[in-house]
Write a protein that binds this ligand. Structure first.
Ligand SMILES: [Zn+2]
Length: 304
């Protein structure tokens, strides 16, 4: 077996998702990429909240937790230091971003406090869903911009706080994970046995095609190749078509196998980073880890 060099083919990029095929490699490499995307690609998140006033129905800890989970646009995250690595004593503009929130309800009608009420001191790091980010990022037509609710205030209730966002990774706390979906599946390899298919009646063919919930096959009556594989990538290995074939007494009507060296990835962003950037940063991180090992090895060899 010769050495392989992995390849990547993009199938689709949307504002919030990327799908691509990673091929010519092993499951260990595919899984390393998936895990680094989840656990080690940094983003910015609220990590410290100082309350000045809160007589809402939710306690301070509850609101602080909710604030931490609001995704912040983190495209400039690489400009920031981790607070633990920064040269400052507590925190500075190089390792944190300050947010202010002050809402008081004076109406009889309840007031929703949302991510739009969080005012950032740094235009580059703002909540993903807010009026501020709508102006910042007007190229997101397919993502409904909805503000994220934090708490409801009744008349006379007030919420005033200062929140500090810091750089972090998903390993420390799930709030820093940039992807809400990061999965892969083996590429399906589907073959229909044409001889067996010819033995079926038109009604049976139609029913067999309809048995697939993912609509992998298509059936066109009165044509020579009535049954075709429309999109093998839709297959989710539920094997409903195999079960249906068994009821006809034709277990060899179709074979479905997994190509164990081709992985179809789907990555959906929380909005913190562009989906393609999550993949790029993850590859950079894997590369940096390998370079670090190389350097360590070289140093130890030189030191004898
Ligand atoms: Zn600092």
């Amino acid at each position: 077996m010769t050495a392989r060099s992995p390849e990547l083919e993009i199938l689709e990029i949307k504002n919030d998702t990327i799908t691509f095929i990673l091929s010519n490699t092993d499951i260990s490499v595919a899984n390393a990429l998936r895990r680094v995307m989840i656990a080690e690609v940094p983003t910015m998140c609220i990590d410290l909240v100082e309350f000045e006033a809160n007589n809402s129905v939710l306690c301070d800890e509850f609101i602080a937790h909710r604030l931490g989970l609001i995704p912040l646009i983190s495209e400039e995250v690489n400009r920031f230091n981790y607070t633990r690595d920064c040269s400052c004593s507590e925190r500075c503009d190089n390792c944190s971003v300050e947010f202010r929130l002050h809402v008081k309800c004076t109406d009889d009608k309840a007031r929703d406090v949302t991510s739009s009420d969080l005012i950032s001191q740094n235009d580059m790091v703002i909540p993903v869903s807010s009026a501020q980010s709508l102006n910042h990022n007007n190229n997101t037509p397919d993502r409904p911009e909805q503000e994220i609710p934090i708490v409801k205030l009744r008349k006379g209730q007030e919420l005033k706080l200062k929140a500090i966002a810091k750089k972090g990774v998903g390993k420390e706390h799930a709030k820093w994970i940039p992807a809400c979906v990061a999965t892969y599946q083996f590429q399906p390899h589907i073959v229909i046995n044409q001889n067996r298919l010819d033995e079926l009646s038109d009604k049976q063919k139609e029913d067999w095609v309809a048995s697939c919930p993912a609509k992998v096959y298509s059936y066109v009556p009165h044509q020579r190749n009535q049954v075709t594989i429309e999109d093998p990538l839709r297959c989710m290995y539920c094997m409903e078509c195999k079960k249906k074939a068994d009821t006809y007494g034709k277990p060899d009507l179709v074979t479905i196998e997994q190509k164990t060296d081709r992985f179809i990835f789907t990555v959906e962003t929380t909005g913190a980073l562009k989906p393609e950037d999550i993949v790029l940063y993850a590859i950079q991180i894997i590369k940096r880890k390998l370079t670090d090992i190389q350097t360590q090895l070289q140093t130890q060899i030189q030191e004898g």
